[in-house]
Design a protein around this ligand. Structure first.
Ligand SMILES: *[C@@H]1O[C@H](CO)[C@@H](O)[C@H](O)[C@H]1NC(C)=O
Ligand SMILES: *[C@@H]1O[C@H](CO)[C@@H](O)[C@H](O)[C@H]1NC(C)=O
Length: 398
């Protein structure tokens, strides 16, 4: 080609006008030829990316504005928290396959979300984020079997895990074998209720979040009324019957502190919030309260959905700062981010003091505190989303 152009340039000397024309044609031909080359390369890369050197693939994918794809495959409701609440992605119901699907571009990563009975094809070319529920031994076994069968047939290019850990801090150690530092396929794990060391390099402590399994929605900062007086000092939604735990104590405690009329109390059976009406009642009550009582669970974990739900509605959670049975502080992440909650050792012993302090505050102070709470929570969500993106982006094999 270059030789061809040179020969034409020689002709320009003898016959300038005609030569110039020829030169123009040649330059056009030259450009056209290059364009065609690129097009062929493009088709080739999109069909057979595996075989091509990464340097070429990278150049071409960038210029074609095709972004690396990351599939989030959710088998647990914390997947909805990650997708809808942290990454602020939307999802659609695919009625033909009874699954939910969503798509969102976060900077230069093209995230696709799948939940429900999603069966996606995993190839050696995929980047997969697997969201699983390991909160009971039965689930752990089930998910480990599923993970093994997946890896047996098609090992993805990169694999990440978001896992709801064992509430009772039993045994999430099984995940450790699968981490890349131990020769396994998992580049990073985000663990809720982590019972092993979150080193913030390969294992990250992850927030439990709101109860997406009860459809607790995402509220935007602008949707929350922080200016009006709230009719209740506090609210408490408990489950009955639970023996000899803080939860049993609270109704009696509210009576003793003469808070029956100023705190919203609802005790129900295990199926609390199973209906849309009761979820609505709960959201209304939390929005109408300056404090929300969020005692530790009966298994001793202080991190509950109640905390995140209260924050999102501008209500300050009163949280029991107790060490979980596995010896790890499940409030570690929230404390690290300076969450604006009220920490007590025991709600039973300290609620009286908390309420006394509450009564010294005027409306202006409460409004300022509500603003702090909802803004903090929005920032926390964004921070966690950015961290998720950064980790996946840095460990993905492009
Ligand atoms: C992201 O991937 C989906 C397929 O899951 C595709 O339809 C969409 O065009 C991609 N978006 C971008 C910006 O590359
Ligand atoms: C609850 O505690 C009381 C004493 O504190 C005890 O007598 C009772 O057996 C306990 N009940 C349960 C179900 O553990």
């Amino acid at each position: 080609m270059i030789f061809y152009v040179k020969r034409r340039v020689l002709k320009v000397r003898s016959c300038q006008i005609l030569g110039l024309l020829f030169l123009l044609i040649c330059v056009s031909l030259f450009l056209l030829h290059n364009l065609c080359d690129n097009e062929i390369l493009l088709q080739y890369t999109s069909q057979e990316r595996i075989g091509i050197k990464t340097s070429i693939t990278n150049d071409i994918t960038r210029t074609a504005s095709e972004f690396p794809r990351v599939d989030i495959l959710s088998r647990a409701s914390i997947g909805e928290y990650l997708w809808n609440h942290l990454l602020e992605g939307k999802k659609e119901f695919m009625s033909d396959r009874a699954t939910y699907k969503g798509n969102k571009l976060v900077d230069d990563l093209n995230f696709t979300f799948h939940s429900g009975n999603a069966e996606i094809s995993i190839t050696s070319d995929s980047n997969i984020v697997l969201v699983i529920d390991g909160s009971s031994q039965l689930n752990q076994k089930k998910e480990e079997l599923w993970l093994n069968s997946m890896l047996l047939f098609h090992s993805p290019k990169s694999l990440f895990l978001v896992i709801l850990g064992d509430n009772a801090c039993g045994d999430n150690q099984w995940v450790v074998h699968y981490l890349s530092s131990n020769g396994g396929p998992i580049s990073a794990a985000f663990v809720v209720h982590s019972s092993f060391l979150a080193d913030e390099d390969e294992v990250y402590q992850w927030p439990l979040g709101v109860a997406t399994h009860r459809d607790f929605p995402l509220f935007w900062v602008s949707e929350i009324d922080i200016l009006s007086p709230r009719p209740f000092i506090c609210n408490y939604f408990g489950t009955n019957p639970v023996h000899n735990t803080t939860q049993d104590v609270i109704p009696q405690l509210l009576k003793e502190l003469k808070l029956e009329n100023s705190c919203y109390l609802k005790m129900s059976s295990k199926t609390a919030f199973s209906t849309f009406e009761s979820l609505g009642e709960y959201i209304q009550a939390v929005s109408d309260s300056d404090l929300s009582l969020c005692p530790a669970t009966k298994t001793g974990s202080p991190e509950t959905h109640c905390i995140y739900e209260a924050f999102s509605l501008g209500s300050v959670p009163v949280v029991e700062d107790v060490e979980g049975s596995c010896g790890r502080d499940s409030l570690f992440l929230l404390k690290k981010h300076k969450a604006p909650f009220i920490l007590v050792e025991s709600i039973e012993n300290e609620l009286g003091d908390v309420i006394a302090n509450e009564n010294t505050m005027n409306l202006q102070e409460k409004i300022a505190r509500r603003a702090t709470v909802i803004n903090w929570y929005a920032e926390f969500r964004h921070h966690m989303a950015r961290q998720f993106y950064r980790v996946v982006h840095s460990k993905i094999k492009l």
